[in-house]
Design a protein around this ligand. Sequence first.
Ligand SMILES: [Fe+2]
Length: 318
Amino acid sequence: MATQTQTIPITSQQDRPTIETKLGSRSAPKSDDSLKDVKAFDVTPVIGREYPEADLKEWLGSPKADQLIKDLAITISQRGVVFFRKQDGLTNDLQKKLVQRLGELSETPKESGLHIGPVSNSGRTLGGRDDEISVISSEQAKKLYKNRIFGGTKQSRKEGWHGDITFEHVPSDYAILRLAELPETGGDTFGERGNPENVGSELTAVHPVVRTNPVSGWKSIFAVGHHAKRINEVAEPESEHLLKWFTQLIVENHDLQVRYKWQNPNDVAIWDNRSVFHTATYDYDGVRTGQRAVSIGEKTYLDPNSTSRREALGTVAT
Ligand SMILES: [Fe+2]
């Protein structure tokens, strides 16, 4: 799958514990099986599910909207990412409503809302008028990340892998990216960014290395990607080694990856930022633009009683 996030240097605070535990976390929501008759296929055995004929606008207006969207949230958390084709009826407002409802119906804390970029979208040349929508633009990326992404001598693209907005104290649960047309421009903000704890200009946060996803109930490595700068409580070389190793786990195990081929305007990908990572692949000509809405989840935590996905599904000996 392909997207890209703004890059802001993040350092961990040395004086706070890296691994926080929170016992008695909320219980995983129960499925109503409302998606069982919807045409779908798993894109790979491990990750990704596509709903080739579903209409998200119709789901949002359905009398069963709450069940459908709750079950979609559970599916996204278990499959990592889901795909929908040609969602021509999905406006920015409906996209924002959908990502907000995914969180609410899977019991995200009430104080969490939609993320607002600290370097606001509307302040960018190719941004948009809505700070709750990030415009993901190949042209913008060329300007902002010229050397990092488009450097001619690079022989590795592994640095691109990331989860969205992990620089926030309360980071994202779900994100929706929709391939769309180029919007217009607007101003800047440093207000609250989707949660009362996400304020100020210091874009630094401390998160557990291994995190529990409260919707699937599964734990997985969270310290991945270019936002993760330092693992506290270990020596610098150990931290460096571990962070490299975590990225290698993703890069080297292609059975854990899924690649989404954008085919039409308004093709949609929705992923769970708590458990999966993504990167853009700049292997196309021409201009590509997407609209991204990101919702804020809960404070990160590790429930020591949670199991890995493989343990939970019985695909590995416990
Ligand atoms: Fe991203």
